[in-house]
Design a protein around this ligand. Structure first.
Ligand SMILES: *[C@@H]1O[C@H](CO)[C@@H](O)[C@H](O)[C@H]1NC(C)=O
Ligand SMILES: *[C@@H]1O[C@H](CO)[C@@H](O)[C@H](O)[C@H]1NC(C)=O
Length: 613
């Protein structure tokens, strides 16, 4: 009913230029990159068409803060309720709150902006823009300050959290279409539909939970590779070090889905692993000018810094308690290339702008794509002035692959690290495309592997016998070489077949087939359909030309291929090939290795009218 009552401003580019000329210097930063404009157009179009809850996926370094703040300038109060002129930006940390508020003040000096967070920042509720942390808004009294009647739009940053109950608890207060998890919650009755626009670097949640309960569409998506291809971000080289790091017993925080730092530190912060990190740096990155290292916790920061220094490398460190003045000085001298290695934990994850970083070492395994993307994103700024050509990213992969969901550079770029588990056995995979050169065999790689320096025995981690580096020199060639299905075999143990154009089919043992195909844009990136077989094989044969298939039914839509495949695999196991039958779907199923039977060949001959099969 309220569909067309909102007005949106689509500013012709010429006008923008005009208003720029006549305005203050600060506004010059509002010149948007072409994709940012496209993104804004996509948002405005979706909102105009009546879709009020939309998601945008922009990678780290794409300038999402600028985009969402500018978006607010293009959303006008609805004609039915001109008083609804205020905006709310919901973030999940104080740093992001301050950063966003500063950015608002920079971009739109005429707007009043306030922060609502903790005990220190109390907003009036009547500013043009209020930036609030969701933790604070969960307090009913704080939330009550923001009368939905006066709100024209809500931005949710780091929106991959938005499907969680706590986010829904507060978003449902502004939008009756979002279901509040509490049964007694009175659905608000509002004179206008408040657009809720979620921004994230990635929309896949650790538990695969659909964002459908909050967002209707992902209207714009961009990934690292596109950003690199268009040279908004610098090129990358990456090295995955497969080492004897066993993450199996590391406690996982149920709220974030990520590892508990102290528990993780027990496994990572050992002499062996620290030595390995330094050794890897010496081997792969010692010529790099500015390396940023991410550690697990403060003790790890200190220990690893010491390990670097013991090898004569001028490493310095930074952590949350480093006094502000000292921190600034340290970052300045790192920026000007005065020392090669800066070690930190978490504090340089978000926001810090040190474009000269040409190597990032992720010595902090994570299950969060976002955290990982933010870490490596630190090195992906371009910096031609400092002679930076690309950035090497080094990460460490659990050798046993016993823990699911650990993010590594290859997974972030749509490839999985070289280990998957089949039937409980660990199988090493070395795809030619992942190797230094096409003729490298696993045996030779094994030989290339070297002995680590870990001479001191430690209790938690055995000294690795060998370490395997996998160097990825060009992410683009990797992607194109894997056209077909090699990468899909990393995502699923089932015999999915790549049909080109990102279409994948899984034949379900004569019961039908599943098909995943990319959607243009809406409602998501991939759609999966199941087409069951209507008749048994005899009937189908008798009926001759009649298609044995029933109409396909939609099973799911997903933002990533990874999610689509996982969802389909679950569907097949629960609905199509239950129990041990699903074993027949495995890529490794014995029947697949056997030669075709005479009747199978006959069928093929008939189908293709050929005799030479
Ligand atoms: C870091 O983790 C270790 C476990 O290795 C723990 O003993 C230590 O207390 C943690 N340090 C901090 C400062 O959190
Ligand atoms: C039809 O399937 C059954 C098993 O379900 C099999 O025994 C039979 O041989 C099949 N018939 C044809 C014509 O393929």
């Amino acid at each position: 009913m309220f569909r067309s009552l909102l007005w949106y401003r689509k500013i012709p580019r010429s006008h923008q230029a005009l208003s720029l000329k006549s305005s203050t210097l600060a506004l010059s930063s509002i010149v948007l990159r072409p994709y940012q404009e496209h993104c804004l157009d996509a948002c405005v179009e979706a909102l105009q068409s009546g879709v009020a809850r939309i998601g945008v996926s922009l990678p780290t370094g794409a300038g999402k803060t600028t985009v969402f703040i500018t978006l607010l300038s293009r959303i006008l109060p609805p004609t039915s309720n001109p008083a609804a002129s205020r905006s709310l930006i919901i973030v999940n940390s104080i740093e992001l709150a301050i950063q966003s508020a500063n950015q608002v003040a920079n971009l739109f000096p005429k707007w009043s902006v306030e922060i609502e967070q903790g005990t220190k920042h109390k907003a009036s509720g009547s500013a043009d823009v209020t930036v609030a942390t969701y933790q604070t808004l969960l307090n009913a009294e704080r939330l009550a300050k923001f009368d939905p009647h006066g709100v024209k739009a809500i931005i949710v940053d780091e929106a991959h959290h938005a499907a969680s109950p706590s986010y829904r608890r507060l978003l449902s207060y502004f939008n009756p279409d979002i279901k509040n998890p509490d049964p007694g919650f009175p659905t608000p009755s509002l004179p206008h539909k408040i657009p809720i626009i979620g921004f994230s670097a990635t929309f896949s949640r650790h538990d695969g939970l659909a964002l459908g309960s909050v967002f209707e569409r992902i209207v714009y998506h961009r990934d690292f590779l596109e950003m690199i291809r268009e040279q908004w971000l610098c090129d990358v080289r990456f090295t995955s070090v497969r080492a004897n790091i066993n993450l199996q017993n590391v406690v996982i925080n149920s709220r974030t889905g990520d590892f508990n730092p102290t528990s993780l530190a027990h496994v990572i912060n050992t002499d062996t692993v620290n030595d390995l990190i330094v050794k890897t740096w010496l081997d792969r990155a010692s010529k790099r000018k500015s390396t940023l290292v991410f550690c697990v916790n403060i003790s790890h920061v200190e220990a690893l810094t010491q390990t670097f220094r013991n090898c004569g490398i001028d490493a310095r460190y930074l952590y949350s308690k480093t006094p502000n003045v000292e921190r600034k000085a340290l970052i300045e001298s790192f920026k000007s290339g005065q020392f090669p290695v800066l070690i930190n934990c978490a504090i340089l994850t978000e926001g810090a702008d040190i474009p000269n970083i040409d190597c990032v070492i992720v010595a902090r395994p994570t299950r969060s794509r976002n955290v990982f993307a933010q870490m490596i994103g630190r090195g992906m700024r371009r910096s031609p002035d400092t002679g930076k050509k690309n950035c090497r990213i080094i990460d460490f992969v659990d050798s046993t692959a016993s823990i699911s969901g650990v993010v590594s550079t290859p997974t972030l770029f749509g490839l999985d690290p070289g280990e998957i588990t089949i039937n409980g056995e660990h199988t090493s995979f070395h795809y030619p495309m992942l190797m230094p050169s096409a003729d490298e065999t696993p045996e030779r790689l094994e030989k290339l592997a070297f002995q680590t320096i870990g001479s001191r025995e430690v209790t938690t981690v055995p000294v690795p016998k060998s370490v395997i580096y996998t160097d990825y020199e060009n992410p683009f060639s990797m992607i194109s070489e894997s056209s077909g299905a090699p990468h899909i075999s990393k995502l699923s143990q089932f015999a999915w077949v790549g049909c080109g154009g990102d279409i994948y089919v899984l034949e379900c043992l004569g019961k039908g087939y599943l098909r995943i195909e990319p959607m243009k844009q809406w409602p998501s990136y991939f759609e999966a359909r199941y087409t069951p077989v209507a008749f048994d094989n005899v009937t189908a044969a008798t009926l001759g030309k009649l298609s044995p298939f029933m109409r396909s039914r939609k099973i799911l839509t997903a933002e990533s291929l990874d999610d689509a495949i996982r969802g389909c695999d679950t569907y097949v196991k629960n609905k199509v090939a239950r129990g041990s039958m699903s074993l027949g779907l495995l890529r490794t199923a014995r029947w697949r290795q056997a030669p075709a039977t005479e009747s199978q060949k006959q069928l093929l001959r008939k189908r293709w009218l050929r005799r030479d099969i």
